[in-house]
Design a binder for this molecule. Structure first.
Ligand code: NCD
Length: 319
């Protein structure tokens, strides 16, 4: 489903001026961004240059936590739209001289940023920056809370296979508790009409008062039943504190995603994973590498196209 023609913006324009939570976008803005992502995917597939709608604009990528996919795809996305893109080398920055994250961000914004992509683990930091900075703030991953552009690119990837998420069953499996992807994905997929289920050991489920509308299943066979998409999640040991390694003990035997366990899902179900993967921990390498069943590299591809769409929509389409 390649939209060669650029989709028309929503009648009321795009009013969102930040993307911190997936809930910052209205339904029509989400639909527009997903169509625009497909439009940009067309340029990328044909290796054609996209119009430089961000020429003269400055994009700063400020990642206080590790990143490969998100940082590099935002970098590529901005460049492909003609923006001046700066990647802040945080490990060599004044943060290490004791400067606060907010002071660092304000300093960079004063250099004339039009948009700042921020990854940080502190709760509420993105909201604070949105209040303080005179530029668009985009969340590139916030602790275990939200990762809205990952959710959008996951939805764009699913649409490239199924046209729509409406009516699909999506099982999100593994370390849901420590995952910022799981929450953003679940909220977005439900808004797009999918039935979403969290699957994993009870100890790795979100707290009882969080994401209460999502069904939880602590048995892999039942959890995968009828699933069209099985989204594996990384064991996020870095957020588990001490005892993290214990969570992985025996996990692969009971919850590992393999060709065999995928048989519990719908025939023709696809497996996805936001990466980075722990092969042999949450997913078998043979399944991850199977192009007939795994959409993991398509997710990476749609990461660039979707981030081009997000930057374009938030920076160039007014009310
Ligand atoms: C995720 C992240 O960093 O939140 N990866 C990503 O952005 N592609 C998931 C993870 O770290 O497990």
């Amino acid at each position: 489903m390649t939209h060669c023609k650029r989709p028309s913006p929503p009648a009321g324009g795009v009013t969102a001026r930040r993307l911190i939570s997936i809930d910052d976008l209205s339904d029509v803005e989400i639909a527009y961004i997903l169509n625009l992502a497909e439009h940009y995917a067309g340029f990328l597939k044909r290796s054609k240059p996209a119009p430089h709608c961000l020429a003269g604009r400055t994009q700063i990528n400020l990642f206080f936590e590790d990143s490969t996919r998100t940082n590099l795809s935002f970098d590529l996305a901005g460049r492909k739209l003609g923006a001046d893109v700066v990647n802040v080398p945080v490990s060599a920055s004044s943060v290490h001289k004791g400067e606060s994250l907010i002071d660092t961000a304000q300093t960079l914004a004063a250099m004339g940023a039009d948009v700042m992509i921020v990854r940080a683990r502190q709760e509420g930091l993105h909201q604070r920056l949105d209040q303080l900075l005179d530029c668009v703030v985009i969340n590139g991953g916030a602790g275990a809370f939200e990762h809205p552009t990952q959710a959008l690119l996951d939805a764009a990837t699913i649409r490239s296979k199924f046209e729509t998420l409406d009516g699909l069953t999506i099982a999100i499996c593994g370390d849901v508790k420590h995952s910022r992807v799981a929450g953003s994905d679940a909220r977005l997929f439900v808004r797009l009409g999918a039935t979403v289920r969290f699957v994993g050991p009870a100890a790795l489920m979100p707290d009882d008062n969080q994401l209460t509308d999502i069904e939880r299943c602590t048995n892999l066979k039942d959890g995968l039943a009828g699933a069209d998409i099985v989204m594996g999640l990384r064991m996020q040991f870095e957020r588990m504190g001490s005892g993290g390694k214990e969570a992985a003990q025996g996990y692969f035997e009971t919850f590992g995603l393999t060709h065999e366990t995928l048989k519990h899902a719908s025939p023709g179900a696809f497996v996805m994973h936001p990466g980075p993967m722990n092969r042999g921990v949450e997913i078998d390498g043979a399944l991850a590498d199977d192009p007939a069943r795994a959409l993991i590299l398509q997710q990476v591809f749609y990461g660039v196209a979707t981030r081009m769409a997000v930057l374009d929509a938030l920076l160039t389409i007014g009310k």
